[in-house]
Design a protein around this ligand. Structure first.
Ligand code: DGL
Length: 250
């Protein structure tokens, strides 16, 4: 199978990393809208318009399905994208919520959701978890983590100070939903910030399980081919990919 992965920028490479590790697909076409990132600060109409424009990019490739790795896109544009595309489009929110259910998390355990302003504002995670009976949910927008990760800051004083800024009033979480593609990169730092090493719910791992349950996929003995495209500075994005994925990308 040949699949597409769409993100507002570089963050979706954290989802690609999981997809590559599981070797489920022949080819992955990645498109990051680096000219217009971040989406998480934009309003709903803009997020939908940008997401539908991204579909036009994927018309150049004969893909079997598309993953919108971006939580912000998943929160606002998924149904419009599905209406306008020939192939199924999967977001990462439903799979993320299902991943919570698979963990040993009790209904009254503290769950912390961190995401962009738009994703938190959509209440997508809060409502889906609330409908399943989870009762202790704290949702906070932590947009500053996005440019920090883009700058390659995955630990250290500045990140710690930013965590303190966001988390000083937050109850000790049992689990953290990494509701933004960039956040798996600071997962270790997040776990060590809190006293009780919270469980991390990661979009990439969650979408892999979700697709495995829906398609007849088996691990291939070859690496998936990966092609990376961007609306701006594709060379820069490929360099980030080399770094994050630990392999040379053309
Ligand atoms: N990719 C976005 C997400 O997962 C984060 C970056 C942005 O704001 O565009 O929500």
């Amino acid at each position: 199978m040949k699949i597409g992965v769409f993100d507002s920028g570089a963050g979706g490479l954290s989802v690609v990393k999981s997809l590559l590790e599981h070797k489920l697909f022949d080819e992955i076409i990645y498109y990051g809208d680096t000219a217009r990132v971040p989406y998480g600060t934009k309003d709903q109409n803009t997020i939908i318009r940008y997401s539908l424009e991204a579909l036009e990019f994927f018309n150049n490739f004969d893909i079997d399905l598309l993953i919108t790795a971006c939580n912000t896109v998943s929160a606002y544009a998924l149904s419009d994208m599905n209406t306008q595309s020939r192939y199924p489009v999967y977001g990462v929110i439903e799979s993320g919520v299902m991943a919570v259910e698979k963990q040993k998390i009790k209904k009254d355990d503290e769950i912390l959701i961190i995401a962009t302003r738009a994703t938190i504002g959509s209440k997508s995670y809060q409502e889906a978890l609330g409908n399943l009976g989870y009762s202790s949910i704290t949702a906070i927008q932590t947009g500053l983590f996005v440019p920090m990760v883009e700058e390659g800051i995955f630990g250290g004083e500045i990140l710690h100070a930013t965590m303190k800024h966001y988390f000083s009033d937050v109850p000790e979480p049992k689990a953290i939903i990494l509701g933004c593609t960039h956040f798996p990169l600071i997962g270790d730092t997040l776990q060590s910030y809190f006293k009780q090493k919270p469980l991390l719910i990661h979009s990439g791992e969650a979408i892999v399980e979700y697709l495995e349950a829906r398609y007849d996929l088996s691990t291939r003995d070859k690496e998936s081919k990966l092609k990376i495209f961007a609306s701006d500075n594709v060379i820069g994005l490929r360099k980030i990919a080399d770094n994050w994925l630990g392999r040379a990308i053309k």
